[in-house]
Design a protein around this ligand. Structure first.
Ligand code: HEM
Length: 115
């Protein structure tokens, strides 16, 4: 299959933006469910929060932080295209967005105490 347009950082930025947007939207009901544990009382929420201390949950949380940071930075890049004068430095903007997302994930890991 010949898809040369996929050989461009801006296409990958689009793909990451769409996938991260969908993943965040899928996570949202889960997040509300987790907060809803508080309805069952303080102990129910505390029990759930203790469970989230396990390494696998922290790993998934790191992925979520990277996705949110990628979506935030990528979204700001799209909004800049929309509202600011055109800049030909789109590859640099994609690289800055990716760097920001990875740095956010790394900062999160430092805070968790894993990295
Ligand atoms: C953190 C701040 C956010 C910013 C700055 C942002 C920005 C944007 C922008 C500009 C678009 C349109 C992209 C385009 O037209 O190419 C978009 C799409 C989208 N966003 Fe966000 N967003 C943010 C947070 C979120 C959150 C928290 C969610 C989910 C809970 C989300 C879900 C989506 C989805 C599903 C799309 C559609 C993706 C697509 O059709 O390719 N966004 N976002």
């Amino acid at each position: 299959m010949n898809r040369p347009h996929r050989n461009h950082p801006a296409w990958w930025a689009f793909a990451v933006h769409r996938l991260s947007g969908l993943a965040l939207a899928l996570f949202l009901p889960l997040h509300f469910w987790a907060l809803g544990q508080a309805i069952g009382g303080e102990a129910a929420l505390d029990g759930f929060l203790r469970w989230t201390e396990n390494p696998l949950a922290k790993f998934a949380e790191t992925g979520l932080v990277v996705l949110l940071a990628a979506h935030l930075a990528g979204g700001l890049r799209v909004l800049a295209i929309e509202f600011l004068p055109w800049s030909p430095r789109q590859k640099a903007a994609v690289a800055v967005s990716a760097g920001f997302a990875l740095a956010a994930g790394l900062l999160f890991l430092f805070n968790v105490g894993v990295a």
